[in-house]
Design a protein. Structure first.
Lengths: 395, 395
């Protein structure tokens, strides 16, 4: 799915070198179910917030009684401490209602550490408490873990496996579209208008059969497709573009994949065919520029220029955005949108990153086209992890 | 699913009255896909962070070009401002790389507001920037929106609809267990040992057929069930307890449901039957105490006492927790674990809250039992939203 154009500063190259810091602790307090940095650091999924400390080279988790055993057997850390035991000690020292910050404080006191590095999304309420306790807090922008952007062979394998399920699910959906008949400008199947909801369900059920969780799957036709994040609803049109954007997460590996295709069931207008052709050409040209060291901002700008010079303008028309108004691509891994970006504030690409390349054009009245592949950045170019045809007319 | 015992302070009753504050703005910057307060306030789902401001009685969203149209047609706010337009203005005023905090600052300057109320999980990096810009930030603990805990009739209907799908999926799973044969202490189906993975997939696929997303579904047998958050893996045992804990979210309404049942395929030992009976008795007694004004901490303590006095001790044995070591219940709504709590640090219950009641006992060697219903708190008692039998032996 397309990522919003970035609002953040570009990272200096120097930030990519990992700095060894001995006199400060790294701290996260979050639920790893929703915080991918914490999951990356611990490989432990929990629905409620827990504590991870990295101090003097040691990685320490503090866990509730409920999660203690599971954390000790699953988490990739050095030590798992019982929250309730530390809490009892802190109470005995005279803190009547210790919170999570007080528990962290108790652990850090033993280590004589007064400086803490936290992610940018660290909860402000906890930060205030640490400041009261005399700590100096520093934040680090994303990527909090630089290595998370650079995928290992195993991680690439996980992403590819999720992608294979994505492709199979979209193939099944396209087969259903091919079976549909066309009448009164709509697609019909088994005596009923074929709806976005039905096709989305078909995709999501297929994905679940392969243990992949599809959420916010996009099957948007006609005018709806002109809004890039419209998920689609109601009867699907014949002879107009339908955007499929499918980005499930594996329930087991937790790695995402992401693919978009645009199809027409029936006959596309000559204008829509031209629209499809330029998006496809521009997408493939952009993919050919992906390599270690390539500038994501430059790749994005070149796409914008290509569209403009071909006469496809971007901007507000009658109060509505049209043209190309989202980022070109984003990293994919434990989050669907993660570092790096290929966008207005894009970063330099690195070998081992997995990124999408997904230009699109959206013109109410004419139609919308988005084509998205997911590629692995290599030293000299990239390897396309997507294996799915790019064909406009399903016939 | 069971909630970790709470670490937070109990809320004073007075906090439940909504205070009208005129001289400070309320601010959230988050992705409503993962932040339920923001979704509650806007009814708009977006995968990337956006800005919501409540200032002088007006609710203002600031949205990227990508989300602008969708936000204007879907979000329940007073005004949707285009991020890119404000960004251009701020750049023109000499800020070279404005971030989201600078955009908020531009909006607030027009309103002459210098105090901001944010949720406890507000990102620290943004908070620092606002402090630099001269704002005074205050946090508010959960529940950030008190009304979110008290469900409307429509919200109760959404939760019940998700619960009906949950029950149908668990019924299908139990039917598969009944079909299984028993050999060598295991369950077999179609010539293979019947695994947790297969039953979880059966449940999750069924749920998806009803547009509900099941994640981390628990089907844990024997010793695995003694760890309350173990999701279960490998062959399921005959004659031992199997815990089902299923808590999907509707893809359309976004409301969760939550139910747990414990069953045995085959014959339970007399000790396991006694374990089941006490958990069931205690659970039903706790449900009978739920009403407007009831004290969640007291209900929880009484369950702990009942178990202890019946000889079911809680504590560490050989370094592993056993007995009853999680909360009794939690609110259910747009989050699976939300305010209020029925736990050690539980709160007073209010009419209209939807809470789980889910005591459990876990004894390695003997087995584990957890029984969970979801109830609506009423003035004089509660209405059980769960409609599923409590039977230990499936036969």
């Amino acid at each position: 799915m397309p990522k919003d154009t970035e609002k953040r500063s570009r990272y200096a190259n120097s930030l990519w070198e990992i700095t060894v810091i001995d006199d400060r602790a790294t701290l996260m307090i979050a639920a790893s179910e929703s915080d991918s940095n914490l999951y990356y650091a611990t490989r432990f999924v929990a629905p409620d917030p827990f504590i991870l400390l990295e101090v003097k080279g040691e990685r320490i988790m503090v866990m509730s009684d409920l999660e203690l055993d599971r954390a000790r057997s699953q988490a990739t850390v050095d030590r798992v401490l019982p929250y309730s035991e530390i809490e009892r000690r802190v109470r005995a020292q005279g803190v009547p209602e210790p919170g999570m910050a007080d528990i962290v404080h108790a652990v850090l006191q033993e280590q004589a550490v007064k400086r803490i590095l936290v992610p940018g999304n660290f909860p402000f309420a906890f930060a205030q408490r640490f400041q009261q306790l005399g700590y100096q807090l520093e934040t680090k922008k994303e990527p909090f873990y630089e290595r998370r952007a650079v995928k290992t062979d195993q991680e690439v394998g996980f992403i590819e496996a999720t992608q294979r399920s994505t492709e199979a699910a979209v193939a099944a959906a396209h087969a259903a579209l091919r079976q549909a008949s066309m009448r009164e400008g709509l697609l019909w199947l088994e005596g009923e208008p074929l709806t976005s909801e039905r096709i989305k369900k078909l995709i999501n059920v297929k994905l679940m059969e392969w243990d992949c969780v599809g959420q916010h799957t996009i099957v948007a036709g006609g005018e709806q497709a002109c809004d890039p994040h419209h998920e689609g609803s109601g009867p699907l049109p014949a002879d107009h573009s339908i955007i499929f954007d499918v980005f499930p997460r594996s329930a087991y590996t937790r790695y995402y994949a992401d693919m978009a295709r645009t199809v027409v069931r029936g006959q596309a207008s000559p204008e829509l065919r031209r629209l499809y052709q330029i998006v496809k050409d521009v997408q493939e040209e952009a993919i050919s520029k992906i390599r270690d060291g390539a500038d994501g901002a430059k790749i994005h700008q070149e796409i914008c220029d290509r569209f403009e010079s071909a006469g496809y303008r971007t901007g507000l028309v009658n109060g509505r955005m049209q043209g190309f108004f989202h980022g070109t691509g984003h990293g994919v891994g434990l989050d669907i949108h993660e570092h790096p970006r290929i966008s207005r504030n894009g970063t330099y690409l690195q070998e081992g990153e997995v990124v999408t390349v997904e230009p699109g054009l959206y013109y109410p009245g004419l139609g919308a086209v988005r084509i998205e592949d997911m590629v692995l950045v290599t030293r000299d170019g990239c390897r396309n992890l997507t294996n799915f045809p790019k064909v406009l007319e399903l016939g």
